[in-house]
Design a protein. Sequence first.
Length: 264
Amino acid sequence: MRQKLLLVAAVAFGLLAFFLTHQQIELERRKVLGAAQEVNLIEFVKPMARGDIIKSEDIRRLKQKRFKSIRQKEIPWEQRGKILGRALDVAVERGQTLEWGDLKVSSERKSGLSSIIPMQERALSIPVDAIAAVSHLIQPGDNVDIIGTFRFPEMKGDRALDTVTLTILQYVRVLATGSDYGLISAGEQSTSKRSYSTITVSLTPKEAELIVFAMQKGKLILTLRSQEESAIEKDIQSVNFRFLEQKLESYNLDRERRRHSIRK
């Protein structure tokens, strides 16, 4: 009987020791995870070979927790504009995160803006003020829509001029803001807020002609897109005074419906 009690006690103490050890391990694990920070990284959506050029469709955002020592090696999603058009110095697998050391170092001759312009596209600078540049919050690597306001002869055929606002191009890649085109050294991040008077975008030759003409004939405004949105809006409208008067009520009703749907 005594031996049975001793055996039961030994088993009970063993289970208690296992439980306490597990609790201590879990506590230490939570401490370690608490020291890590959630960051947005760049993940490859497919395998790529050494020398391949990185394009926007090759990568996606990945949310992970990282310690500072590891985080400095990996390229944050917010700086993806700085790596698009760059060549890989190593082969990568699908699901692998991109590190600064994975990029081929550009030669001095090719370290300028031309090294990040996509093939068959051209860089074009658009003059902007704080309003046109979303309070100078647009950064290299962002995507914008370009909206123009012009004065056109009315369709009636008389000589009166009508002010018209319309979206000219959507989902346009920003290459540079002022002279900052984002090719900074590994791990370096700028903390100072910069102002600039031009934004350089990447366009096809035909799009460049369109924007140059629009710059001469009217005022251009840039709207900043979400990092997650790449859709092209097909229901494009031209806004003039008559359109504004007719649509004000329906637009406010639409906003009210969206507000209620978000609450639900």
